[in-house]
Design a protein around this ligand. Structure first.
Ligand code: G3P
Length: 273
């Protein structure tokens, strides 16, 4: 099982990698925008900033970088640019392509076609914005190296449909909330984690080698549920990683252990100091 960090914030990336538990990085235009807002003074060239991230990640940690266009031809061109400009740094570039880039032009399958072309060109693709098992299946058929189902956003979608008020990070159980079937359940998905479990089953049934990156992760408990499903990878925001290490009783226990250290015991380690 692998942990990726879902951020374009270079300090978060450095810190999380220094903890020794990060296997990869995922970015998207929104995360890049956030990093730009935070480090506006420090980032003189976006290219150099991305190169620095790739160097920090190193050869063993894939870094997903997203295209910005919505038609097949341009997406393939941009993917090729990303790959040619950046992959030589650490051989770790993965290009993110949206499952359906249609903004009203009726080009629902341009993402899928781009994935197929990039697969033939040997450029690894992470298909993003996946909200259903059907979309994940199409991405896998097209030859995606990774699919990224958006667990948290599926939960948001279901909650909004029932008129719930919620904070993004609120926990949503994998077996769904109490709801009236007809109100929300138009495709049988009761939570983001439920969607993941179906994708996992489909990929296993048909032996797809596409790896599942559970994305849009909002809290530590959701991480646990993702792991229970047996996903290959969870891409986790920095604040959730930090949350995963905490428990009030761990903190309390630590205070007691430190308080109870007797000098005789201390001397074993620090004699004369
Ligand atoms: O990797 C996808 C992720 O960045 C989306 O997360 O929290 O914006 O839904 P979120």
């Amino acid at each position: 099982m692998k942990i990726f960090i879902d951020t374009a914030d270079i300090e978060e990336i450095k810190t999380a990698i220094s903890w020794g538990i990060v296997d990869g990085i995922t970015t998207n235009p929104t995360l890049i925008k956030k990093a730009l807002q935070k480090y506006r003074d420090r980032i003189s060239s976006m290219e150099d900033y991305i190169k620095e991230i790739l160097r920090i990640a190193g050869r063993l940690r894939p870094v997903s970088l997203e295209v910005i266009s919505t038609d097949r031809e341009k997406m393939v061109k941009e993917a090729t640019i990303l790959y040619e400009k950046f992959n030589y740094i650490a051989n770790n570039v993965v290009v993110k392509i949206p499952i359906n880039p249609n903004l009203g032009e009726g080009n629902d399958f341009d993402g899928i076609m781009a994935v197929r072309e990039l697969k033939s060109a040997g450029i690894p693709v992470n298909v993003t914005l996946v909200m259903t098992p059907e979309q994940a299946l199409l991405a896998a058929k097209a030859g995606a190296e990774y699919v990224s189902p958006f667990v948290g956003r599926v939960d948001d979608f279901l909650r909004t449909k029932v008129g719930m008020e919620f904070k993004k990070e609120d926990y949503f159980p994998s077996d769904g909330m109490e709801y009236d079937d007809e109100v929300i359940n138009d495709n049988g998905i009761v939570s983001g984690v439920h969607m993941l479990s179906i994708i996992k089953e489909i990929f296993e049934n048909y032996r797809f080698s596409t790896k599942i990156i559970a994305a849009s992760v909002r809290n530590a408990r959701q991480v646990r549920e993702i792991l229970e499903v047996g996903c290959d990878i969870a891409t986790i925001p920095f604040y959730v990683l930090k949350d995963m290490i905490k428990h009030v009783k761990t903190e309390e226990g630590m205070i007691n252990f430190v308080r109870d250290v007797e000098n005789e015991y201390k001397e074993i380690f620090w004699k004369g100091e």
